[in-house]
Design a protein around this ligand. Structure first.
Ligand code: GDP
Ligand code: MN
Length: 376
């Protein structure tokens, strides 16, 4: 789950990280009023679930409340990476002597929460990683001990020559790690971490991703979900308890089981197609899930062919067949559908489909090849 900068700022601040005050505004008037309270010189920042707002014109400095109003008029309603901006954050503008990067990410390859720091902050960290990987220092945290003081101190000194700044950075890293752990995060990032002319180190940006699987035990964090900021199809799929990730391709894939879903997507690519989604209807036998799955794929304008690939175990082929019949009776199918069913109650499933004019295949290769061809 993604959360907004203003939410991540509050979490960081609650763990003692120095984060300047800020207010959220949904109208230019509110932005101007916030700027007034902060003494006029402010920064106005788009609040959306995407990075690179600065480059896209979503972060603007203002010298007065009147200018803050103009900035907010400009940024509110603007689209960044296809996402409409509905809120801006207004914060006192900081004077910046230097910008650094600090982040913690769950590194699956290292199987550890990994701290990354770089004095090349402010810019895209992916770009730094690609062009000068030596500028990023990484440390895998041993979960038995957490981040130890001497480790944080070394990282602080990697960032700053000035020992006062290094000490502040070390303390901030310790707090960032606490915030990360306490929030069930898979990512916590400050970019940029700044030093101001007075030598104070502060976080002026905040980003967090939360592990969906941690939300059941963290109701306060779960409540931060902003449904309006999420992909509507994915939000609907989550409600229906489907695992669904929208992709850019044209072959809609409805599969039971994550492993089979991955294998199906591989095979779609093998036969020259592009999967339009990852969709796992899970191991249950609920025809309603099939209905929602078919609706999601049908509503995706990029889909030109739909493929069902069901390996019946706990999932029963006749239930899936009933779901397909039910769903197609409720809506117009605008693209060809290819069905492969095998396993539990396969014969019943095939018979139900045949009764309603659908042909079901048993062979996965043949079905995928057919679905790809029909989509071209
Ligand atoms: P992002 O581009 O989405 O990561 O948004 P950021 O919050 O990181 O802002 C982008 C850039 O805008 C920063 O790297 C800074 O250079 C600049 N910026 C943001 N806030 C301030 C501020 O308070 N004062 C100044 N002088 N620059 C700022
Ligand atoms: Mn940033």
């Amino acid at each position: 789950m993604n959360i907004h900068e203003f939410q991540a700022r509050r979490i960081f601040a609650s763990h003692g990280i120095p984060v300047p005050d800020a207010e959220v505004a949904t109208t230019p008037d509110e932005a101007a009023a916030a700027a007034e309270r902060f003494g006029g010189r402010v920064v106005v920042k788009a609040q959306i679930h995407a990075g690179g707002r600065g480059k896209a014109g979503g972060v603007k400095l203002a010298a007065s409340p009147a200018e803050a109003r103009i900035n907010a008029e400009h940024v509110l309603g603007m689209k960044i990476k296809g996402i409409e901006v509905r809120r801006v954050l207004v914060a006192p503008a900081e004077e910046i002597a230097s910008e650094a990067y600090v982040g913690i990410v769950l590194d699956r390859a290292r199987q550890a929460d990994t701290i990354m720091v770089s004095s090349e902050g402010g810019v895209d960290i992916e770009e730094v990683a690609a062009t000068m990987p030596e500028a990023i220092r990484k440390l895998a945290v041993d979960p038995r001990y957490g981040l130890l003081n001497h480790q944080a101190t070394l990282l602080g000194h990697h960032l700053y020559d000035d020992p006062r700044a290094a000490r502040q950075a070390a303390s901030i890293l310790g707090k960032l790690y606490e915030a990360y752990r306490a929030s069930g995060a898979t990512l916590a990032e400050i970019n940029p971490l700044i030093v101001n002319p007075a030598g104070e180190v502060k976080a002026i940006d905040a980003k967090m991703n939360i592990d969906d699987n941690a939300l059941f035990r963290l109701p306060d964090i779960a409540a931060l979900r902003d449904l309006e900021a999420e992909n509507p199809a994915e939000a609907r799929a989550r409600e229906a308890e489907l695992s669904y990730i929208q992709l850019d391709g044209n072959v809609g894939c409805c599969v039971n089981g994550a492993g089979l879903a991955m294998a199906t997507m591989d095979l779609v690519k093998y036969y020259g197609g592009e999967p339009a989604n990852f969709l796992d209807i899970g191991g249950s036998s609920n025809p309603e899930k099939v209905v929602t799955a078919l609706e999601l794929m049908t509503e995706d304008p990029g889909v030109t062919s739909i493929l069902f690939n069901i390996f019946g175990g706990i999932t029963r082929c006749d239930d899936v067949a009933n779901g397909i019949v039910e769903a197609t009776s409720r809506m117009e199918l605008r693209v060809p559908i290819t069905i492969r069913l095998t396993g539990t109650n396969e014969e019943e499933g095939v018979a139900i489909l045949a009764e309603h004019g659908f042909e079901a295949m048993i062979d996965m290769d043949r079905a995928v090849e057919t679905a790809v061809r029909r989509g071209n």
